[in-house]
Write a new protein. Structure first.
Length: 136
């Protein structure tokens, strides 16, 4: 699972660099945090592959990396769940905000070539990801 997530998040660098953009005055912009990646897990990844490719026309490669017109993702062979990864300009600040507002970080910070990420649970128990891209 970790290797699949790392490979996919490496694809996110160009998509999440918008989080580091500046406004016309050069001051950092603070747009809403975008969803930059997703993964879908289930006990039979081959069945998921056939389901999503067949029903939605998604391009899914042999490593279960998904390309849709607007967002990249991955399929995992794990217990059923979906994880959305939110692009943030400062992972440490985002972790502080998440934990201060009732969220719980459930993985250590994981460094990958494109940046770093963590998984967290929201107050309802949904697992989500925070992803900070490396600055160019």
């Amino acid at each position: 699972m970790r290797n699949t997530i790392i490979a996919i998040l490496a694809l996110l660098l160009p998509l999440s660099q918008a989080a580091h953009a500046a406004d016309a005055t050069g001051a950092p912009a603070t747009p809403p945090a975008p969803i930059v990646f997703f993964d879908i897990a289930g006990p039979d990844a081959a069945k998921l592959h056939a389901f999503y490719a067949g029903n939605f026309g998604w391009d899914i490669d042999a490593g279960n990396l998904i390309k849709t017109p607007n967002l990249a993702g991955a399929l995992r062979q794990d217990p059923a769940e979906k994880v959305l990864y939110i692009g943030v300009p400062d992972l440490d600040a985002a972790i502080q905000k998440v934990t201060a507002s009732g969220g719980e970080v459930v993985t250590p910070k994981i460094a990958i070539p494109a940046g770093r990420f963590v998984l967290f649970k929201d107050p309802a128990g949904n697992r989500m990801g925070l992803f900070e891209a490396k600055t160019p």
